[in-house]
Design a protein around this ligand. Structure first.
Ligand code: SF4
Length: 337
């Protein structure tokens, strides 16, 4: 393990002016410290931001919900505003990781987490994301866990977050603070597709940090569901997951929100499928058609073709449960370590 300089920031402004190259911010440390120990990330400077005043959740006058960057995943999942108005986010959070990890992991850290592609985490493997231009051992390797949406010839790594799939289906804005001041970015634009530059993962400049995530106002009277399909029932990443929200007028769909996880290189909003659902009857035929639209551009490699029918099932079941407003116990259990 390499050495690095450690310091604590005592204000957001102080943190945002830590513009030395090779600086990493640490909060819960659930991704960063692992990757430092594996020699995948090699920051010269690590700035601890745990003392910053970014732990509030507040309802804004326009109905949106502002979440401080350092709110833990546990606190957010159980916050009354989230449970009442954004249950799809609460479910997504509780489906992720383990109790211990959720107690440490923060909202902004979850947004910033790195892929779990095993080749990325192995410095002996070729990985364009870790070392630009080196190649990608996943393309012709064991790619069972890899993406079928949003990939490129350079990288097909899945974005691992559950929380981000819930947020993608809700809609949100990120507040970023940097040396040049504050700016806001649409959550949908924050994570980048890999393209030719998979090592550039986010729209975050040197010295910038996320200070808040503001959720769009909730859909009124909408049913919702987060469904995660995985190899085992707890402490496991998604093979395919779906966050769905439906606002109904009788049996007719008035508004729909749909996002996928476990199958794409970024939290994957399905806008075309949402548009196709509006005005339709909330039934199996409409849900299957939406799933086909959501997955029409899916591309499989040697070992991950099963993800396409699996994601189709996840979409249909999540929409069905959102429409019914019920939540089968087996699909909503809190993940336990
Ligand atoms: Fe690296 Fe992406 Fe290839 Fe995985 S899929 S080895 S992260 S380039």
């Amino acid at each position: 393990m390499r050495t690095f300089a450690y310091s604590r920031a005592d204000s957001v402004d102080h943190a945002a002016h830590r513009t030395m190259p090779d600086t990493a911010f640490v909060a819960g440390g659930t991704t960063l410290l692992d990757l430092i120990k594996l020699d995948v990330l090699k920051p010269e400077n690590v700035v601890d931001i745990n003392a910053l005043p970014l732990k509030r959740v507040e309802r804004l006058d326009d109905g949106r919900l502002k979440i401080g960057a350092l709110v833990t995943n546990t606190d957010l999942a159980h916050h009354p505003e989230v449970k009442s108005h954004y249950p799809v986010l609460s479910e997504a959070l509780l489906a992720g990781a383990s109790t211990q990890l959720r107690n440490m992991a923060t909202t902004a850290g979850n947004v910033m987490q790195r892929t779990r592609c095993p080749y990325y985490r192995d410095p002996a493997a070729k990985c364009n994301r870790r070392e630009p231009g080196s190649g990608c051992d996943a393309m012709d390797g064991i790619n069972r866990m890899h993406a079928v949406l949003g990939g490129s010839d350079a990288c097909i790594a899945v974005h691992p977050s559950d929380m981000c799939v819930g947020i993608a289906a809700i809609g949100a804005t990120l507040t970023l603070q940097g040396p040049d001041g504050e700016r806001e970015v649409d959550f949908a634009d924050f994570h980048r597709l890999p393209g030719d530059t998979p090592h550039i993962e986010h729209d975050l400049a040197d010295g910038e940090l996320i200070t808040a995530i503001t959720l769009d106002a909730p859909l009124k009277n909408a049913g919702s569901h987060y469904l995660k399909l995985r190899d085992r029932a707890s402490y496991e990443f998604a093979l395919a997951s779906c966050a769905a929200q439906l606002m109904l007028d009788g049996d007719t769909i008035r508004e729909a929100r749909l996002a996928l996880g476990g199958v794409a290189t970024k939290p994957w909003r399905c806008s075309d499928a949402e548009a196709a659902l509006v005005g339709q009857t909330a039934d199996k035929t409409s849900f299957e058609r939406a799933a086909d639209i959501a997955l029409k551009d899916a591309q499989a490699r040697e070992h991950n073709g099963y993800k396409i029918p699996l994601a189709r099932q996840a979409i249909v079941r999540a929409l069905r449960n959102a429409a019914r407003g019920d939540k089968p116990a087996s699909e909503t259990q809190e993940s336990q370590a």
